[in-house]
Design a protein around this ligand. Structure first.
Ligand SMILES: O=C(O)CCC(=O)C(=O)O
Ligand SMILES: [Fe+2]
Length: 208
């Protein structure tokens, strides 16, 4: 038997949601050293910045930091403002290809952008939301790749309020597709016990 020791026995064919959407867990797709190297490089090389948004008419600055990379030949209308993506870095392009290769059998996709989030520690999270902006279109595929501290990720159905929770670890690939953004919210839960940073990359396809 050919066992990859760093591979968790993930079953990407399994749908983690009971209804109204599809979430596939591809498990940890990198060995420890490779994942750690990507983590360090992203931490230092990305031009991390606090995000600003307008919520209930108030200008707010997020605690977490973000970066937005992608094909630079068009602007993205996202979260009420027009954003221009920074160009792909060598690492982000390599990661995009690796992610697309993993997805090829079950949900073949070519992503054109990546939203990066940096959570300094467990005091920083992301509240309940869905990535349902018009520019993503219906039934969009979003691939999420995590590095650094393990954090709890949760889904909550918009009507039934049923919850599905899982931990996202360094090197873990998760895919949201089907009706997930239409029918479910998701969030990164806060936990004061967590003192280390976490980086999350969500590869997306913006309609052009
Ligand atoms: O950090 C995560 O795992 C989730 C990020 C997320 O939901 C988003 O960027 O929309
Ligand atoms: Fe999200």
């Amino acid at each position: 038997m050919n066992l990859n020791l760093f591979d968790t026995p993930a079953q990407p064919e399994t749908n983690l949601l009971p209804y109204d959407g599809i979430v596939n867990d591809y498990g940890i797709i990198f060995d420890n050293d490779t994942a750690h190297q990507y983590y360090q490089k992203l931490l230092h090389d990305i031009a991390w910045q606090h995000d600003t948004a307008v919520i209930f008419g108030k200008h707010i600055t997020t605690a977490r930091k973000v970066a937005w990379h992608g094909h630079t030949d068009f602007d993205y209308h996202y979260s009420g403002s027009v954003r221009t993506a920074l160009p792909w870095t060598e690492d982000l392009l390599a990661l995009k290809t690796i992610v697309e290769t993993h997805l090829a059998r079950i949900s073949p996709t070519s992503f054109n952008s990546c939203l990066l989030n940096l959570y300094e520690n467990g005091h920083q999270g992301m509240g309940w939301h869905s990535d349902d902006e018009a520019c993503l279109g219906k039934n969009t595929i979003i691939a999420s790749l995590s590095f650094g501290a393990t954090r709890k990720f949760a889904f909550r159905h918009k009507q039934s309020k049923q919850k599905v929770e899982l931990l996202l670890e360094q090197g873990q690939l998760l895919v949201m597709r089907g009706g997930t953004q239409t029918y479910w919210h998701h969030a990164i839960m806060k936990s004061t016990r967590i003192t280390q940073p976490r980086i999350n990359l969500t590869f997306r396809t913006m309609l052009t």
